[in-house]
Design a protein around this ligand. Structure first.
Ligand SMILES: [Zn+2]
Length: 249
């Protein structure tokens, strides 16, 4: 079975940034997983939550509902501090993701680029940085050897992608997005479902209109990616399938 792992920063990223792709590849028989680094407690929109703990519980439940709706097989919210991923211990974050990669054993990994995705969020950039290093190190027996001694085997995923776009959002900090090397047509139906998944994050309701506008006008029914690295070296070509050239192993 082919497997896809998506590494995000906040509950709702899985829907807003990767939702159509997650739906599409599940339909094609790929097992999908999402690992989210924070519970999103720095959010300005807090629903009925009075404390960070209450907000974390709400957002974890919304994340679970959204992942179920997107047919994600394995999903998890880790405990790193929201809005502080740039001050998180690098070795600990990469170690945690390296272990997940050796457990889940994905063929393809999706995450954010160093621009922080469309919104330029610093947490997105950091999630992408940790995931990028983990993508490389999960396959090296000399990095984080302890889990290997405990029975986990090294794992080399075949492709790593950053989500990107061929436009930038106005009224945001300046970003330099990774080039578009893959365009995934998700179709109108999946585009609608992705919006529905996002709206399951009810604490974030005040964002719904803005996100709808951003996604609808800029991306429409296409999700764009940049191929960052591949296990089997090769030349760039524009793709319309993230599993192009991927073999089951
Ligand atoms: Zn986010």
């Amino acid at each position: 079975m082919l497997r896809l792992l998506c590494v995000t920063a906040h509950p709702d990223d899985e829907a807003g940034a990767f939702g159509g792709t997650l739906l599409l590849y599940h339909e094609r028989g790929v097992e999908t997983s999402v690992v989210c680094l924070t519970a999103g407690t720095a959010a300005r929109n807090r629903g009925s939550a009075r404390t960070d703990d209450e907000l974390a519980a709400l957002r974890r439940a919304e994340f679970a509902a959204s992942c179920k709706f997107l047919n994600v097989s394995h999903y998890e919210v880790l405990d790193f501090a929201d809005s502080r991923l740039d001050r998180t211990d690098f070795y600990q974050a990469v170690g945690t993701l390296t272990r997940r990669m050796r457990q889940i054993r994905p063929h393809v990994v999706l995450t954010f680029g160093m621009d922080g995705g469309l919104t330029g969020h610093v947490d997105h950039a950091m999630a992408g940085m940790f995931a990028t290093v983990a993508f490389e190190w999960a396959g090296r027996p000399d990095r984080f050897p302890e889990p290997i001694e405990q029975g986990l085997q090294p794992h080399r995923a075949q492709k790593l992608y950053y989500m990107t776009a061929d436009f930038v959002l106005p009224d945001r900090q300046p970003i330099a997005p990774p080039t578009v090397t893959a365009r995934i047509e998700i179709g109108k139906e999946r585009f609608e479902k992705k919006g529905e998944a996002f709206r399951l994050h009810t604490t974030q309701k005040p964002l719904f209109e803005r996100v709808k506008k951003n996604l609808g006008q800029g991306l429409g029914t296409v999700e764009m990616y940049h191929l960052v690295a591949r296990r089997d070296p090769g030349e760039d070509q524009v793709e319309n399938d993230l599993f192009e050239g991927v073999v089951e192993d």
